[in-house]
Design a protein around this ligand. Structure first.
Ligand code: ATP
Length: 241
C-alpha cells in the first residue's frame, strides 16, 4: 500500500455545483460529480453537451464561474501532487518546433515523478518501456510522433499518461477517429488499469470495446448531468446512483 493510499481518503475528483461560462454562455450549469477511487466512469452525451469542459474543469484547466471542485481533497490551484493524475487530451499538441520521437513524448510523462537534478533512472526507463509495450508501440519508439496515424498518436498520448504511473486517468475522447485495432488496444489497457484499482474518467461518444469495463456512466446534456448510473461488475444489475 502506498503512502497516498494510507492517507485519509479524499476522492480523486469532487465537483459541487460546478459552473463554467464561455462567451457569456453557461456551458456547465451546476454539476455535482464525485468520482471515487476505482471508479471507471464514462462521460457521455451529445456534441456540445459539455463533456470536455467538465473534465478540463475537474482538472483545473478551465476556471469555474461558480461552485467548487477538488482533486484528492485539494482545489486544483493548490494541488501539487500531479504525479497522481494522468491526462490524455483529445489530440497531440504537436506540429511546430523540434519533432519529438514517440519515446521522447512518452518519457515526458515521467516528468512529475523525476527528481529535478537527476537524469532518467532505470525505473524511469522501465516505466517508459512498459507504457510503450502496453499500447503496442514498442517497435515505433524512434519514430517521429507527429508522423504517426491519428490512432497511433492517441496511443502515444495514452502511453505518456501510463508512464507517469498515476492513480487516476482522465481521457478525453480517446477513441474519436481511432481505428479498431487502437480501440481494442485501449480497451486492453483500460482493463489492466481497472483491474489494478486505478480510477478512470473517460469522455466518449461510443464505448465500443470499452463498454464492459465501465462501472458508471454519467450522461450530460446542456451542461447538466441528466443520468448517473452505476453498473455492477457483471453488468447484470443497474441502479440509479
Ligand atoms: N474555447 C471555447 N470558447 C467558447 N466556447 C467554447 C469553447 N470550448 C467549448 N465551448 C462551447 O462549450 C460548449 C461545450 O463544449 P464541450 O467541448 O465541452 O462539449 P463536448 O460535450 O465535449 O462536445 P464534443 O462531443 O463535440 O467534444 C459548446 O457549446 C462549445 O461550443
Amino acid at each position: 500500500m502506498s503512502k497516498a493510499d494510507a492517507a485519509p481518503s479524499a476522492p480523486p475528483f469532487a465537483m459541487t455545483a460546478g459552473r463554467v461560462r464561455r462567451d457569456g454562455r453557461e456551458v456547465l450549469a451546476g454539476v455535482d460529480l464525485r468520482v471515487d477511487a476505482g471508479d471507471v466512469v464514462a462521460v457521455l452525451g451529445p456534441n456540445g453537451a459539455g463533456k470536455s469542459t467538465l473534465v478540463k474543469a475537474l482538472l483545473g484547466l478551465i476556471p469555474l464561474a461558480g461552485g467548487r471542485t477538488e482533486i484528492y481533497g485539494t482545489a486544483p490551484a493548490r494541488f501539487r501532487d500531479w504525479k497522481r493524475i494522468g491526462y490524455v487530451p483529445q489530440r497531440l499538441p504537436m506540429g511546430g518546433g523540434v519533432p519529438a520521437t514517440v519515446r521522447e513524448v512518452v518519457a515526458s510523462g515521467r516528468v512529475a515523478r523525476r527528481s529535478r537534478w537527476r537524469p532518467a533512472s532505470a525505473a524511469d526507463r522501465a516505466a517508459v518501456d512498459a507504457a510503450l509495450a502496453a499500447v503496442g508501440l514498442a517497435g515505433r519508439a524512434r519514430d517521429t510522433a507527429h508522423l504517426l496515424s491519428g490512432g497511433q498518436q492517441q496511443r502515444v498520448l495514452i502511453a505518456r499518461a501510463l508512464a507517469g504511473e498515476p492513480d487516476a486517468f482522465v481521457l478525453d475522447e480517446p477513441t474519436a477517429g481511432v481505428d479498431a485495432g487502437s480501440q481494442e488496444a485501449l480497451a486492453g489497457t483500460l482493463g489492466t488499469l481497472a483491474g489494478a484499482g486505478r480510477t478512470v474518467v473517460l469522455v466518449a461518444h461510443e464505448l465500443g470495446p470499452m463498454e464492459p469495463l465501465v462501472t458508471r456512466t454519467v450522461e450530460l446534456a446542456h451542461g447538466r448531468v441528466v443520468h448517473d448510473v452505476r453498473h455492477d461488475a457483471e453488468r447484470t444489475l443497474r441502479r440509479p446512483a
